[in-house]
Design a protein around this ligand. Sequence first.
Ligand code: GUN
Length: 294
Amino acid sequence: MTAQLIDGTAIAATIRAEIQAEVEALREAAGIVPGLATVLVGQRKDSQTYVRMKKRACEEVGIASFGVELSAEISEADLLVEIEALNENPDVHGILVQLPLPAHIDEEQILGSISVHKDVDGFHPVNIGRLAMKGRAPGFVPCTPRGCIELLERSGIEIAGRHAVVLGRSNIVGLPVAMLLLHRNATLTVCHSRTADLPAVVRSADILVAAVGQPEMVRGDWIKPGAAVIDVGINAVDDASAERGYRLVGDVHFEEAQAGAGALTPVPGGVGPMTIAMLLRNTLDSARRVPGSA
Ligand code: GUN
C-alpha cells in the first residue's frame, strides 16, 4: 500500500483563491481592505524569510501588509510602544510578531500586549485559554495547528472517535493542535521527551501529528497501517548532492512512512504552505469583525 499524498501546496492554493475572492467581496461591499502588520526584530535569516513569504502572500490575495522592522537591540519598552501603535491603527486588522524574539525580550509580555482582537497568530494567553476550554471560542486559532486540521478535513479524514497522537507539546504547535483534535472528538495522547516506549504509543495512532523538530525521527515501523500522518517538522539536513548543500526533511521518515500510512503530508509542500494560508484566513476573519463590514 502506498499512502495517499496530502498535497498541502495544492490545498493551500485553493484556500488562497477562496480568500482572494472573499477579500475582493469585502472591499466591494464595505470598502474594507484587510491589513496585516508583521513585526520583525533583528536579522535572523529564517525569520526574514518567513516574514517575506507572509508579506508576499498578503499581496497576492489583496491583503495590505505593513512591515515593521526593528533592531535586535530594541528595548522591550520600545517594542511595546510599536505594538501599541499597531493596536491603535484602524488599517491593521492583524498583528504578527515573528518568533523567536531576542533573548533580552520577554516573549510572554510581548504576546500579551497584542490586542486580542488583532491576535492573528492566536498566541495571546486569552485566545490560548479559550482554545483550551470546552465551549469557548477563541478569537483566533494558531495558524499551523489550524492548517493541520484543515489538511485532515479537506482530505476527508475522520477525526471523531479516532486515536490521535501528537508528538511534541510546544505552545506554537503541539499544545494547540492537541486542543483542536480534542474539540473534534478525537481520543488524544500527547507524547514528549519523557514518554515511555514512544514507538509503541505512536503505533497506536489512527492520526499522527509529528511536531518535535527531530529529522526523520518517526520510522516506518512506528506507523499503524492506514494511519493519517501530518508531519509538521521542517529540518535542514546536510546533503552534499543538493545544490544548496542541504535538504529539508520532516520529523517522519517519508519513504518508510509512505509504505504503510494511509495518508501522509510531504516536507516541504505539506503543512508549511498551510500556515501562511491560515494567517491570511485569520486576518480576513479579523477584518470581517470590524463594525459595518457584514
Ligand atoms: N515562529 C515559528 N513559527 C511561528 C509562527 O507561527 N508565528 C510567529 N509569529 N512566529 C513563528
